[in-house]
Design a protein around this ligand. Structure first.
Ligand code: ARG
Length: 406
């Protein structure tokens, strides 16, 4: 039985109630941890709320730079989008929080970790599987999954126990955000046919007019500058969210497959993430050799699934990280994006080690490309299908028949 637990504390209703509930029903001491990952809203009141609910200690960590450097950077290098669309905003934050929880558990001599996730989502998977990888000895508690409270029950519990929360009965959306983007679920959007109401968008409200260009500089696959001005990755992301978001671009509306077998309608906004990955992938088109580029493209969805499914700390993920780092050696250069209201497109790319060879690409120059070489090349390239075609006999293939004939 656990005696002291480190809770990943958001300051919201569920985790606040969880503090007291675990003390009363599990007889544990609770230590709270809040992390700043660039989410909106203030965490100022968290200490008071956590201690007010009965926690024996509270710590708040500024994780923004670390999050950008160790968690977001690999996403950019991998062009990581789950099911081709979702930039893994929430999936990405959990492993870092767990890493900090484990460190804290060691410092406080705790024997368990806890989170405030329900049983229907992906985040419980990420919390627990990350913890199982990092600290297989620690017990895992998921009070919110077990207590069977409705939202009203939780509010009543908080009131009865004098837990300070500012929740109202009506909570329209479930929102999770950090500097890589923002996820908005529930409310009327649980009907996949219903258009997301305008009010759900925060980062992508169209306020800019006219058009503008923005040049993103990369070094070994990681963004390092905007319009020639060098900055940390964290700053690049903040800046791109601001610039691109103002053009009302960067929204995602999809039905995705959760790890627990549920299809769910999700909306996201991630203007910086989508623009940076679009630019990065484009730069790869001139800096990656063909076969490397193709193989990498095949691995990208696999990598995204691992992250989505909570396997951040796993041997396959580690091996793929080594692959991607090696692939990015020459992904250094610049990409120009053009923004017009509701649109963002690439309009140019350049790199010192560019593999794009003007002499080879143009149709009219004399150069080291020998046209005569193509004759033999094409003959051998087609030899196999030519041989096959010879054995088929006349009229045996569909394409020899008139449309409609058998
Ligand atoms: N569907 C997304 C994911 O699984 C977002 C989850 C957002 N979490 C939340 N508690 N609202 O990564």
């Amino acid at each position: 039985m656990a005696e002291r637990v480190v809770l990943a504390y958001s300051g919201g209703l569920d985790t606040s109630v969880a503090v007291r509930w675990m003390i009363e029903n599990m007889g544990v001491e609770v230590v709270c941890l809040s992390g700043d990952l660039g989410q909106e809203g203030s965490m100022e009141a968290n200490r008071e709320k956590a201690l007010g609910a009965g926690a024996i200690a509270y710590e708040q960590l500024d994780l923004r730079e670390e999050f950008a450097r160790d968690y977001v950077a690999p996403m950019i290098k991998m062009n990581a989008l789950y099911e081709k669309q979702y930039p893994l905003v929430s999936a990405l934050s959990r492993p870092l929080i767990v890493k900090k929880q484990v460190e804290m558990a060691r410092r406080y001599n705790a024997d368990a970790l806890a989170h405030g996730c329900t049983g229907k989502g992906n985040d419980q998977v990420r919390f627990e599987v990350s913890a199982m990888a990092l600290a297989p000895d620690l017990e895992l508690l998921a009070p919110v999954r077990n207590w069977g409270f409705t939202r009203e029950d939780s509010i009543r519990y908080a009131q009865e126990h004098g837990i300070p929360v500012d929740a109202t009965k009506e909570k329209l959306y479930s929102i999770d955000d950090n500097l890589w983007g923002r996820a908005i679920e529930c409310g009327e959007m649980e009907d996949p046919w219903a258009e997301p109401p305008d009010g759900v968008w925060q980062m992508t409200k169209l306020t800019a007019e006219g058009e503008r260009e923005v040049v993103v500089g990369f070094s070994k696959g990681v963004p390092v500058s905007i319009d020639g001005k060098t900055m940390s990755l964290y700053e690049v992301i903040i800046e791109m969210n601001r610039i691109v978001g103002a053009y009302g671009w960067g929204r995602i509306d999809m039905v995705e497959n959760r790890r627990v077998g549920i299809k769910s309608r999700e909306t996201y906004e991630a203007p910086g993430a989508l623009a940076l990955m679009m630019a990065h992938e484009d730069l790869e088109s001139i800096t990656l050799e063909r076969d490397l580029q193709r193989e990498k493209t095949r691995l990208e969805p696999r990598y995204s699934e691992l992250v989505y499914d909570g396997l951040w700390f796993s041997p396959l993920k580690e091996a793929l990280d080594a692959f991607v780092d090696s692939s990015q050696e020459h992904v250094t250069g610049e990409v120009r994006l053009k923004l017009v209201p509701r649109r963002c497109i690439v309009t140019g790319r350049r790199a010192e080690k560019s593999l794009y060879d003007y002499g080879l690409a143009t149709y009219d120059a004399a150069d080291r490309f020998r046209h005569a070489d193509s004759e033999g090349f094409v003959r051998l390239w087609g030899l196999s299908v030519q041989t096959w075609s010879d054995t088929q006999g006349p009229g045996s293939r569909d394409w020899e028949n008139e449309p409609g004939e058998a």
